[in-house]
Ligand binder design. Structure first.
Ligand code: NIG
Ligand code: FE
Length: 415
């Protein structure tokens, strides 16, 4: 049943069909004693219970009594590396003992180690493993997830990863929306060691045409000793010409100018940004490129958090996401993301909610369909265990989500 009525709801939602920037991020529209009517997965009414219209054929509607609980849009995890073979707990321990993320990568570990493990996996195995993570994400309130390729680094395996993502997305039983990103430019594979420009040439000639139509976005790890600015610009321009929308892993480990490049190319988002320059922040605010911040990665790598306040106070749109991956950040915890954003990145609770809902939707170019509770949008909605959304960061690292509704279907009940 994809038609339902939520009554006695304390509804809070950002409003709009595009990212909220700067000061707008703190504005949530709240309705006490509210109701939401959903017909065939689409929201047809949001407003006070007292004004709620009668529905035709009420027997076709499931009725959920929220009993005054907080009702929010479903969360959008707009940056994950959900598809991968193997795990890397050994590297995690090396880092605990003082090794750096990049030094492990430079010795042939890191991303290349997951590439070795992923090349041997079938589409079925990759999709089944990812589904296990999806089922856990959904219970934390995620109703849209972005998933990247990028552990193949050869055409065949990159396509296999995109096929696994497509299987997840097309599964009629799937509990959330899945958005695909092609990340063939995640690292220079060992076969091309020392020949970065040739790998970029190969991606442009072979991978981009093969991945076309199979992913909405093209992403790149723009980083010192990986793909530097000139290679990134050349690759991203080719991707844009091939019809991809653009994302960048930018200024994650060192300040390289990835944010400026993202703005120059009108990328939909630039992500990480731990070491972004003031100029990069200003350029992104002006270009409307969403700053997708990933506090779990900074936490895991013991790096400084991205300057969320500078972005918001500078008029930019900030999204938050988990970066779930087997290396730099093996966590998909939405509760911990919320806590870190509020405690260490000094985002208000309202800004954090906007960043995880409407701005996350904008970061995957889906703000017209999801990310807020508004008439005409998909009914991607969560009900918390508490009457007040302000419990979210206060209950540190713990799940406050009770019921998860995805396109009008209840997909998780935690209590
Ligand atoms: O977003 N830095 C590049 N990519 C990922 C990490 C991937 C990995 O370590 O496997 C990131 O941090
Ligand atoms: Fe990432």
């Amino acid at each position: 049943m994809n038609s339902l009525i939520i009554k006695n709801a304390t509804i809070s939602t950002p409003l709009g069909r595009s990212a909220r920037k700067g000061g707008q991020m703190a504005h949530l529209h709240t309705i006490e004693n509210g109701a939401v009517i959903v017909k065939d997965g689409i929201i047809t009414y949001v407003g006070p219970m007292s004004d709620m219209p009668a529905v035709e054929n009420p027997e076709n509607y499931q009725v959920i009594d929220a009993a005054g609980r907080a009702v929010l849009p479903g969360f959008v995890d707009s940056h994950t590396h959900l598809i991968f073979g193997g795990y890397r707990p050994d590297e995690f321990e090396w880092r605990l003992k003082g090794d750096s993320y990049m030094s492990i990568m430079e010795r042939g570990g890191g991303i290349q180690s997951t590439v070795n493990a992923t090349r041997g996996e079938s589409v079925e195995a990759l999709a089944a493993k990812a589904q296990w993570f999806i089922d856990r994400m959904v219970r934390m309130g995620v109703t849209t997830v972005e998933a990247k390729s990028g552990y193949g680094l050869d055409t065949e395996t990159e396509l296999r990863m995109l096929e696994a993502i497509d299987r997840l997305a097309q599964d009629p039983e799937q509990k959330l929306k899945v958005v695909a990103t092609f990340l063939g430019a995640h690292a220079v594979p060992k076969e091309y060691a020392g020949r970065t420009a040739e790998y970029v040439d190969m991606m442009i000639a072979e991978m981009l045409p093969a991945a076309k139509g199979k992913a909405r976005f093209c992403d790149i790890f723009t980083e010192k000793n990986v793909f530097e600015i000139e290679d990134s610009r050349r690759f991203l321009k080719a991707a844009r010409e091939a019809g991809f929308k653009l994302k960048l892993h930018a200024d994650e480990i060192v300040q390289l100018g990835g944010a400026e490049l993202a703005a120059e190319l009108c990328a939909v988002s630039a992500d990480h940004l731990l070491h972004v320059s003031d100029r990069g922040i200003a350029d992104m605010a002006k270009a409307g490129t969403v700053a997708t911040l990933l506090p779990l990665t900074a936490f895991t790598l013991r790096e400084p958090y991205a300057p969320a306040r500078k972005f918001i106070d500078g008029g930019a749109a900030v999204a938050l996401a988990t970066d779930l991956n087997p290396g730099s950040c093996f966590s998909g915890s939405i509760p911990l993301t919320i806590a870190l954003a509020c405690i260490y990145m000094h985002m208000s609770i309202e800004e954090t909610i906007t960043a995880l809902t409407l701005n996350g939707a904008a970061a995957v170019d889906m703000a017209d369909r999801t990310g807020s509770i508004e008439t005409g949008k998909d009914a991607d909605i969560i009900i918390l265990n508490y009457n007040n959304y302000r419990m979210l960061p206060y209950y540190v690292g713990m799940n406050c989500v009770r019921t998860v509704i995805s396109r009008g279907r209840v997909v998780a009940e935690n209590d």
